[in-house]
Design a protein around this ligand. Structure first.
Ligand SMILES: [Zn+2]
Length: 257
């Protein structure tokens, strides 16, 4: 099962995967019926979550068969619920490269004016390049942009654009993957172009850099105040197990003052 899922993820382009997979996953979910974990986004309970990931990095107990959350999505959801006014205040939200698990629940929130945007995803309503956004300055109160910047040729430009379209006091959640936790300085070599070379250098065929511990400095360089939030450490152990959360993922919360 783990091997089958990781093969599909590797060879089927993500934009098709996002459209085709929900039905297949719900069928798989039938075999995971039970009470062991619960997804805080769709509230469904399972024996455990589905495995997810590529090759050797595939992991057990990760993907919600019902709404497709992964560990990090469940963490972000709980953070938004418990630590922000995301679900109560009237907010203009820009969701870049929107994760399907969030689109339905966020669209239903009466308090949100919710805009989804992406270069090519069929799930997004606005087609745009994050390095040159078609929005006025100060257009949004919240930007959500997770696992996007590692694909963007000029991430400084993308960060500057997010800063520009956020209004003062606006904030963003800007997660990126860290394949090498010991890497100090972000590694990018623009002569590395082929998917094979990129996989070798950055850990994935379509990444253009590997982020290091200087990631928050990079965010701050365009004007943001950055908080490295370890919200997951505040949660009781039983909740971390119940929701299958990442044990130590830092949330990068960027604020425009
Ligand atoms: Zn779910």
């Amino acid at each position: 099962m783990k091997k089958l899922i990781s093969t599909v993820i590797r060879y089927v382009p993500r934009k098709y995967l996002q459209v085709l997979s929900p039905v297949a996953l719900r069928v798989l979910g039938f075999f995971y019926a039970g009470k062991g974990v619960q997804c805080p986004v769709c509230n469904k309970e399972y024996k455990k979550f589905l495995p997810y990931g590529r090759g050797s990095s595939a992991r057990e107990n990760a993907l919600c068969p019902s709404c497709q959350t992964l560990e990090r999505h469940r963490l972000i959801w709980l953070y938004l619920k418990e630590k922000t006014d995301f679900f109560t205040k009237n907010l203009r939200v820009l969701h870049i490269a929107p994760e399907s698990c969030f689109i339905t629940p966020f669209s239903k929130q009466k308090n949100l004016t919710y805009t989804t945007a992406d270069l090519e995803s069929p799930l997004a309503t606005v087609k745009m390049d994050i390095q040159k956004m078609p929005f006025e300055d100060n257009s949004f109160d919240v930007v959500l942009c997770n696992h996007v910047l590692e694909h963007i040729p000029d991430d400084y430009k993308a960060l500057s654009e997010m800063y520009r379209v956020l209004s003062p006091n606006g904030w963003a959640i800007l997660q990126v993957p860290f394949f090498d936790l010991n890497l100090q300085k972000t590694f990018q070599d623009d002569t590395i172009i082929s998917p094979q070379e990129r996989f070798k250098a950055y850990g994935q065929e379509d990444h253009v850099r590997m982020y290091g511990q200087d990631y928050p400095v990079r965010i701050a360089s365009v004007g943001f105040e950055v908080e490295e939030n370890l919200f997951v450490k505040e949660l009781p152990k039983e909740n971390i197990a119940k929701y299958a959360l990442p044990a130590s993922e830092i949330l990068y919360v960027a604020r425009k003052n």
